[in-house]
Unconditional design. Structure first.
Length: 328
């Protein structure tokens, strides 16, 4: 689950979201059943590795990612209150709540068992919100709730790529276990994922016992991040990669990520500013170029008031062929 909010103020007395005391952040995260493990900062952003994913806080942007059986939406109202009380940020420029479909939704807390429940909750706090489902109802899919800002509202010049990989090669996943790697840095280097990172990325990472891996990276003194989370267990292996760094070619980044992690299937989403060069180039590349070893099952384009979204879902060729044989 991913919750991203950009705040604004109706006064000239606004302060940075980074002014919210850490104790308040810890209480907020406790509502979602996660806690802070470690943190790093630069001059414009604070990054937190959590027990259940990641948190990034900038002057006006708040990004919370959680996984497992967390209750992320319980943090929405308290966060809005914290932003107002500590930072005089009483307005929302835009927000995005998104997640992939759950493998076992019945095991989730009631609040998150279906997207309809989540939309009802979000509608209580945000005016003119809209919910979307991208992908096939009988396969992997991705849910999005966002706002429809009025024409003329200043949009945020930001781009984000997210790659959600499932059913991964166990020879790669074994690197993220204590039986193979002694440290998080060793697991990262054995997997080769450094190839995905800019050379000046500052890394904060954790290898969990007995398995599992989380990593946040911030780029120099910029408001740019990468976050990676890995669940290596064979029955439900999963890797998520997200970044708002401006990469020259997102198609090449996605191709490299799936080459390194070797999933059987994956979803990628790319947000970019409407009409931006990045969006036009990326749409063209995904429409015309293939990802080696994979079949594109879905390609959908969503035009939003401030952003454009590319959604693509892929399956490994051999996996597609074996599924066909089972059906036959």
């Amino acid at each position: 689950m991913r919750f991203l909010v950009w705040f604004e103020s109706s006064s000239n007395k606004a302060k940075s979201l980074r002014c919210i005391p850490r104790a308040e952040l810890e209480r907020l995260l406790g509502l979602a059943h996660c806690k802070i493990i470690s943190s790093i900062s630069n001059s414009v952003m604070d990054s937190y590795v959590l027990s259940e994913s990641s948190l990034f806080v900038s002057d006006s942007r708040f990004l919370l990612k959680t996984c497992g059986r967390t209750t992320l939406l319980r943090t929405v109202e308290p966060l809005l209150n914290l932003a107002k009380d500590y930072c005089n940020l009483d307005g929302i420029t835009n927000m995005f709540y998104s997640r992939k479909n759950f493998m076992r939704p019945e095991l989730q807390p009631y609040l998150h068992q279906n997207f309809e429940n989540e939309v009802v909750v979000l509608d209580k706090f945000f005016d003119d919100g809209a919910g979307y489902c991208l992908g096939r109802l009988n396969s992997d899919r991705w849910y999005l709730y966002t706002l429809n800002p009025s024409p003329g509202v200043i949009s945020i010049a930001d781009q984000t790529v997210e790659i959600l990989m499932s059913d991964l090669d166990q020879s790669i996943m074994s690197n993220f276990t204590m039986s193979v790697s002694c440290t998080a840095a060793e697991a990262r280097k054995l997997s080769g994922m450094d190839k995905l990172f800019p050379p000046d990325l500052i890394i904060d990472e954790k290898l969990f016992r007995p398995c599992g891996y989380s990593m946040n990276g911030i780029l120099g003194e910029k408001d740019s991040y990468i976050t990676v989370h890995i669940t290596p267990e064979q029955d439900h292996s999963y890797v998520s990669f997200e970044s708002n760094i401006r990469f020259p070619h997102y198609h090449d980044l996605v191709a490299l990520a799936v080459f390194l992690f070797k999933p059987r299937r994956f979803i990628c989403t790319i947000f970019a500013k409407q009409g931006s060069k990045e969006y036009r180039r990326t749409k063209k590349e995904f429409s015309e170029k293939s990802i080696p070893g994979f079949k594109m099952c879905d390609l959908q384009l969503l035009s939003l008031p401030s952003h454009a979204l590319i959604y693509a879902q892929f399956q490994k060729h051999a996996y597609v062929n074996s599924a066909k044989k089972l059906i036959e």
